[in-house]
Design a binder for this molecule. Structure first.
Ligand code: YCP
Ligand code: CO
Length: 280
């Protein structure tokens, strides 16, 4: 299924502000921090048990229950009740991406028995917040509800001072995205961002591969972060970073780094065991 906008929500600005302020004080979870490049975080509003510490997802088939944090955010809770099929809802989370951070290009559901229908509602954003999918870049606007095909390689980044905050809701995978959303307005035409990224050139590639002179176990994760963010600024596929990483480890000639990179590519793009966490 293809990523697309499903509708538009008109916020009660005052109530939105109240819950965003509550959220600013909330404790976010460390789950999936192995996907973070910089300050990318999540916290859970609804899950299978209604307990705050159940912060990783499994496929299950009962309506999601609000956690204590979810209950404390009365406006977000109302948005969930008003605009979504709560019967088909399996998880509701807040994703917060802070200044100059992104999630590493990845595919979701690899560790699960089944896929979800994953929908985003944009609570706070600006034009320096971007989503990517394969070689495309786009912007999810404030109040918009999007279906995201998280089974294809994708990423999201925030390059502004203020964080990007999305409500991310997972539904039973057998539903059509259009069927889990309700009471929304027709979105405005052409929300797709013009692709203002720089051209990816041979010179840029050689510059990146020049990191082979200095890459080591000590700076590996920082270099992964640098590579993960490049596709937000250059017209290139979000998964290209794994190929660059392979090539610069090959040029470096370090078998430990080559093996690490194989592990990374496998984990983020190809296959993950249930509950597996990547450390690198
Ligand atoms: C999930 N996958 O599928 C997570 C979300 C990134 C990794 C964050 O729930
Ligand atoms: Co994802």
């Amino acid at each position: 299924m293809t990523t697309r906008i499903l509708g538009l929500v008109e916020f009660d600005q005052k109530r939105l502000k109240v819950d965003l302020a509550t959220l600013a004080q909330a404790k976010f979870s460390t789950a999936y921090s192995d996907f973070a490049c910089g300050k990318w975080e999540a916290c859970i509003l609804r899950n299978r048990s209604g307990t705050q510490d159940e912060d990783t997802v499994v496929s299950h088939h009962v309506p999601a229950i609000a956690t204590p944090l979810g209950q404390s955010l009365s406006y977000f809770n109302e948005l969930l009740e008003t605009h979504f099929d709560t019967n088909a809802m399996r998880y509701a989370r807040i994703i917060r991406i802070s200044e100059n951070a992104c999630i590493i290009p990845h595919r979701d559901y690899l560790e699960l028995d089944a896929e979800f229908v994953r929908v985003h509602l944009v609570l706070a954003t600006n034009e320096r917040c971007m989503n990517t999918e394969n070689d495309r870049i786009y912007h999810m606007g404030l109040g918009e509800i999007w279906f995201l095909d998280a089974s294809v390689p994708h990423s999201a980044g925030c390059f502004s001072l203020t964080p990007r905050i999305h409500l991310m809701v997972d539904f039973e995978g057998t539903h059509l995205p259009e069927a889990v959303v309700r009471q929304t307005k027709q979105p405005l035409e052409s929300n797709a961002m013009v692709d203002a990224r720089e051209k990816w050139s041979k010179e840029t590639l050689e510059c990146v591969l020049g990191l082979s002179e200095i890459i080591s176990e000590a700076n590996y994760r920082e270099i992964v972060s640098i590579l993960a963010k490049l596709h937000f600024f250059y017209k290139i596929d979000c998964q290209a970073m794994y190929g660059w990483l392979q090539e610069l480890c090959r040029r470096r000639g370090d078998p430990i780094l080559i093996e690490k990179t194989n592990m990374l590519e496998r984990f983020y793009l190809i296959d993950r065991a249930a509950g597996e966490v990547m450390s690198y």
